[in-house]
Design a protein around this ligand. Structure first.
Ligand code: SF4
Length: 435
């Protein structure tokens, strides 16, 4: 192989198998794809050791992709259940799975994922370090943090979220500019605690070049984590978030110098009116690197419904430049999601991604909607079920409240606007009341 990473290949003018697949899926000319990849604006996360990956590209000019977070925790350690969730997520169209396991033999689960799962696999090595070393946080050394990054690379993961952007300067800003909800990123809080207890610089920031060397060797995409993402709408676009984003922009450039593919993680909680501006700020400060948003959740008051609050934010974010949406389930802020929560989270994220693709003019995105609308006009229920984002639910709803007449639904019955307009246009008499 005469290239290191997909970015390196694009820069050298080498067409990889992964590029061919992505160009076909996105209906994009190879020369355009390669140019955008060489500039870092499109990435194809794929570890050289993840052999059965079905590659996908991420970039604001491509179809919006979604990620599903899964993994065992101390309170819920059923690995088979997590595998079932992964399989369902892939069947439902998730392009990416992040394994956030934080309990037990995490390596076994991770290796199983990269061996069996065709979706791109992401991890957060910092969670795993605490489990792997089985030792108090402050006793983990800087070198040991980096060893975990290498281990995940060897296990075949395609992208890693690493919180390199929170350094001593960011922490000064964070302490000076008080927030309503402090740090809500799990990885960010771990590295913050470690830095405060040891007095040392963030090892992922201090030894960033070594992290990049590992990424380059395996072609790991660096997902630059946002330790200071706002955890409440009150903290949206505050000094800590922006300070960290400036650092992430600098780190993006350094990664590109080593041909390492990069995406930037984003908010978090944020009022709707700030989302478009945040996408612009990110694009400028991070030179157009793909943006991976965790929400944004647009109001803080809806636990149990945060798949909705985040789908609203995600649709707006993707319309204005985000490339990749992390799903949020109704269980967010409350518990580890179960199978139903995962399903609802995926559907909500897919709706947000699709709505954004229509808005940003992705070729062919609205064909699906037009087919559905035609079936609706023709009152063709079977066709509508076939085209539904969740056929099972749509079918169940109709069956639970059957109409008297098959060519209407129980919402309006004889008053069915669609049916009556079709009849009038066909030259029929419509009386409604005695039909
Ligand atoms: S009955 Fe009403 S809701 Fe149902 S298909 Fe006709 S117009 Fe639509």
């Amino acid at each position: 192989m005469n290239y290191t990473t997909q970015m390196d290949a694009a820069r050298k003018g080498i067409v990889t198998r992964e590029m061919e697949i992505v160009a076909k899926k996105e209906n994009m000319e190879m020369s355009k794809l390669m140019k955008l990849m060489s500039e870092g604006k499109i990435i194809i996360p794929c570890n050289k050791l993840h052999k059965n990956i079905d590659p996908n590209g991420l970039g604001s000019m491509l179809k919006t992709k979604i990620n599903v977070n899964l993994g065992v925790s101390r309170d819920f350690k059923d690995m088979d259940m997590e595998v079932e969730k992964v399989n369902n997520a892939v069947k439902m169209g998730a392009e990416s799975i992040m394994d956030l396991s934080s309990y037990g033999d995490t390596r076994k689960f991770r290796k199983r994922l990269t061996k069996e799962c065709p979706a791109m696999i992401g991890t957060v090595p910092i969670y795993d370090a605490v489990v792997y070393y089985h030792r108090a946080l402050m006793k983990i050394t800087a070198k040991e943090w980096l060893d975990i990054v290498r281990m995940h690379a060897e296990d075949g993961v395609d992208f890693m979220t690493i919180h390199c952007g929170i350094n001593k300067e960011t922490i000064k800003k964070f302490k000076k500019n008080k927030r309503l909800t402090n740090i809500v990123s799990r990885g960010g809080s771990i590295i913050f605690a470690w830095m405060e207890m040891t007095g040392e610089e963030n090892p992922f920031y201090e030894y960033y070049d070594e992290v990049l060397d590992i990424c380059r060797e395996y072609d790991i995409t660096m997902s630059l984590g946002d330790a200071c993402r706002p955890g409440s709408i009150a903290d949206g676009t505050d000094a800590s978030q922006i300070e960290e984003l400036i650092t992430l922009g600098e780190l993006t450039k350094r990664a590109w110098e080593k041909d390492v593919q990069v995406m930037i993680e984003g908010p978090g909680h944020m009022p709707i009116n700030q989302i478009a501006a945040n996408m612009e700020i990110q694009k400028t400060l991070c030179y157009g690197a793909p943006f991976y948003v965790l929400g944004p959740i647009v109001t803080d008051v809806a636990p149990g419904y945060d798949h909705i609050t985040s789908a609203i934010g995600g649709a707006i974010a993707a319309t204005h430049g985000a490339s990749f949406l992390c799903y949020v389930t109704p269980a967010e802020h409350l518990r580890l999601p179960n199978l139903d929560d995962v399903k609802e989270g995926i559907i909500a994220a897919k709706i947000a991604a699709h709505a954004a693709d229509i808005a940003k003019g992705i070729e062919g995105a609205s064909d699906w909607d037009n087919e559905m609308s035609l079936a609706r006009k023709e009152l063709d229920w079977e066709k509508m079920f076939e085209l539904c984002i969740d056929p099972q639910k749509a079918r169940r709803y109709r069956q639970e409240a059957k109409p008297e007449k098959e060519d209407t639904c129980s919402m309006c019955g004889n008053f069915c606007a669609v049916k009556n307009t079709n009849r009038i246009l066909d030259g029929e008499i419509v009386s409604i009341f005695d039909e």
